[in-house]
Ligand binder design. Structure first.
Ligand SMILES: [Ca+2]
Length: 110
C-alpha cells in the first residue's frame, strides 16, 4: 500500500514539474534509521505540508548521483543544506545542520 502511495506521488510530481528525471530519488522517513512512514520524491517538494510531512523527517536516504537541497522553511526559503547520495540518520542530519523534525521543503540541485 505504501508503494502504491509513492507511485501516485511520483506521478503527481511528474505532472507538476516538467520532468527531467534521471532516476534519482530522495526518501524521507518519519523516524530515525529509516523507520516509520516514508515519502519518496524524484524532483522535490515545495511544501511538505502538502504531503502531511512537514517537520517530520528524522532520517533520509538519497539514491542516484544528484545533489539535493533541504530547507527548514517551505518554498525553499532559508539557507539549504546540500546532500549527496547516502543514508543519513538523525544524528548525522543534526551534525550537518538539519535538526530532527525540521525539513519543510526539498529540491534537486542538479
Ligand atoms: Ca520524526
Amino acid at each position: 500500500m505504501k508503494e502504491v502511495q509513492n507511485e501516485e506521488l511520483f506521478q503527481e510530481l511528474d505532472n507538476e514539474v516538467a520532468a527531467s528525471c534521471s532516476g534519482g530519488v530522495v526518501s524521507l522517513y518519519e523516524h530515525d534509521r529509516f523507520q516509520g512512514p516514508s515519502l519518496s520524491f524524484r524532483n522535490g517538494a515545495t511544501d511538505l505540508r502538502n504531503w502531511n510531512f512537514n517537520d517530520k523527517t528524522s532520517s533520509l536516504r538519497i539514491v542516484g548521483n544528484e545533489e539535493w537541497a533541504f530547507y527548514r522553511e517551505p518554498a525553499f526559503r532559508g539557507t539549504p543544506v546540500i546532500l549527496g547520495r547516502g543514508n543519513y540518520t538523525a544524528t548525522r542530519l543534526q551534525q550537518l545542520g538539519l535538526p530532527n523534525d525540521s525539513i519543510s521543503s526539498i529540491r534537486r540541485t542538479r
